[in-house]
Write a protein that binds this ligand. Structure first.
Ligand code: DLL
Length: 378
C-alpha cells in the first residue's frame, strides 16, 4: 500500500488534456457505454465503461440499495436525471440487479412524480436531496402524506447537511441515506450510508481511498480532514490511479456497528475548488466565464448568485455590458439576454437568470476575485 503513494496523481486537467478518449485503457470498441460530466471549460469530461464495468457498477448500486433494507419487493422511483449524467442509468441498473421494480421517471414533472408515487406505491425514492425536499414540501402542501408508502431515500450527487436529512426524514417518514460517487471513478455507488448513518461505507474492494493535504499533497492519517483521492482496482474501460476528487472528507477505519468492515468517509463537507452543484448539476465558474467571453457584448466581469427558494436552486448570472453595448443602449438587450441564457443552457445543462448590469458596477477585487455568492444553507 505504501508504494501506491509513490505514484503520481491524476487530475481533471489530465482528463481535459486527453479529451475525449485519451485515457481509455481498452480499444474504443470494447467500450459499451459513455457518460460525461462537467469539465472546467466548454468541453465535458468523458468516461467509458466496458461490459464488465457495467456489471460491477450494477452490483455496487444493488449493494447500496440493500444497505437501505431494499429487496425485490421494493418499488424504486428513480428521479435522478437519465442521460449523460451517471445518476439515472447508474441507479437504474443497480435496482434491476437487486430485482426491485424500477420506475425510470427521471427528474422533473413533480405532479407526475407524486401521482406515480401514490399509484405505484413507491417505497424507495432516489434523487438529489434538494429535489427530495421540493417533493416533500409539495406532498405536505397537497395533503397526501397518508397515501405515500416511502420507506427510504437514496440521496446524493450534491452536498447536504444533517439538518436537511432530519427534515427529509420527518417530512417523508423515511430513512434518508447518503450516496456518494463521481463519474471519473464510477458514478453513484462509490460509497453509501448504512442504517447507522455514521459515515459512508467506501466499497474498498473496488476503490482504494486516501485522504491528502490538498496543499502539500501528502497523505493524511485516518481521522484527519483533507481531499479524497481514489484508485480503482477493478475498472477496465477507465481506470484511474490516485484521482484527486477535490471533495473534502475524513476517513474512519473503525468497524461500523452494522458489522461491515469497509473504510468509512464522513459526508462531503466542501470542495477544494470552486465547483458549485446547482440542481444536481456540477458547474464551474470558469465554464460560465468562457461562455461570456464568446459574446463580445459583455465584459468578463460577472457575479454568480446562487439561492435556494422553496427547495429549488436558482442561479442568477450578473454580467457587465461592454461600454459600447451600454451606450448604444437598450436596443437588443432582451435578445442578448436570451442568447446568453440559451448558450448557458446548452453548455451547462441548467437554466440561469441573466441580469445585464452597467459597465464597472460589479465590485473589482485586488486579490482573488469573488465571483460567487452562495446564499444556500447547505
Ligand atoms: O454526481 C454521481 C452521483 C449520482 C452520486 C447520483 C450520487 C448520486 P458527478 O456528476 O461526476 O457524479 O459529480 C461528482 O458530485 O465529486 C461531489 O462533489 C458531488 N457529490 C456526489 N455525491 C455527493 C454526496 C455524481 N453524496 C461530484 N454528497 C462529486 C456531496 C456529492 N457531494
Amino acid at each position: 500500500m505504501d508504494d501506491l503513494r509513490k505514484l503520481p496523481f491524476t487530475t481533471k486537467k489530465d482528463l481535459r488534456d486527453t479529451y475525449p478518449f485519451g485515457l481509455f485503457a481498452v480499444p474504443r470498441s470494447e467500450i459499451v457505454r459513455m457518460h460525461a460530466s462537467s469539465g472546467t471549460t466548454g468541453k465535458p469530461i468523458v468516461v467509458g465503461y466496458t461490459k464488465k464495468d457495467l456489471d460491477t457498477w450494477a452490483d455496487l448500486v444493488a449493494r447500496c440499495m440493500a444497505m437501505t433494507g431494499g429487496t425485490k419487493e421494493d418499488v424504486v422511483q428513480n428521479a435522478y436525471g437519465y442521460g449523460l449524467f451517471t445518476g439515472g442509468l447508474g441507479i437504474h441498473y443497480g435496482a434491476e440487479r437487486l430485482g426491485a421494480t424500477i420506475v425510470p421517471i427521471s427528474g422533473g414533472n413533480t405532479a407526475r412524480q407524486l401521482m406515480l408515487m401514490q399509484d405505484f406505491g413507491t417505497t424507495i425514492l432516489t434523487c438529489t436531496p434538494s429535489y427530495a425536499m421540493f417533493m416533500a414540501d409539495e406532498i405536505i402542501a397537497a395533503g397526501i402524506k397518508e397515501n405515500i408508502k416511502l420507506k427510504a431515500g437514496i440521496f446524493g450527487a450534491e452536498p447536504w447537511s444533517n439538518n436537511m436529512r432530519l427534515q427529509l426524514e420527518e417530512k417523508l417518514g423515511i430513512k434518508a441515506h447518503d450516496i456518494y460517487g463521481l463519474s471519473e471513478v464510477l458514478g453513484p455507488g462509490v460509497a453509501m450510508e448504512c442504517e447507522h448513518q455514521k459515515g459512508l461505507h467506501i466499497f474498498d474492494d473496488h476503490f482504494i481511498p486516501e485522504i491528502i493535504d490538498p496543499e502539500t499533497e501528502q497523505p493524511l492519517p485516518y481521522g484527519q480532514k483533507g481531499e479524497l483521492v481514489f484508485t480503482t482496482l477493478t475498472k477496465e474501460g477507465f481506470p484511474v490511479i490516485r484521482y484527486r476528487t477535490k471533495d473534502i472528507s475524513v476517513l474512519y477505519e473503525e468497524k461500523c456497528d452494522c458489522g461491515r468492515t469497509h473504510v468509512r468517509m464522513e459526508r462531503i463537507t466542501g470542495r477544494t475548488d470552486d465547483m458549485l452543484i446547482i440542481r444536481g448539476v456540477n458547474v464551474f465558474p470558469s465554464q460560465i466565464e468562457s461562455v461570456l467571453l464568446e459574446f463580445g457584448e459583455t465584459e468578463p466581469h460577472y457575479l454568480l448568485v446562487v439561492d435556494r427558494k422553496a427547495a429549488m436552486d436558482d442561479l442568477e448570472i450578473q454580467v457587465e455590458l461592454s461600454s459600447k453595448m451600454f451606450s448604444d443602449k437598450i436596443a437588443g438587450l432582451e435578445v442578448l439576454e436570451r442568447r446568453l441564457k440559451e448558450r448557458i443552457l446548452s453548455v451547462l445543462g441548467i437554466s440561469a437568470k441573466i441580469k445585464l448590469v452597467e459597465p464597472k458596477s460589479i465590485p473589482r477585487s485586488e486579490g482573488k476575485a469573488k465571483r460567487v455568492i452562495d446564499k444556500r444553507e447547505l
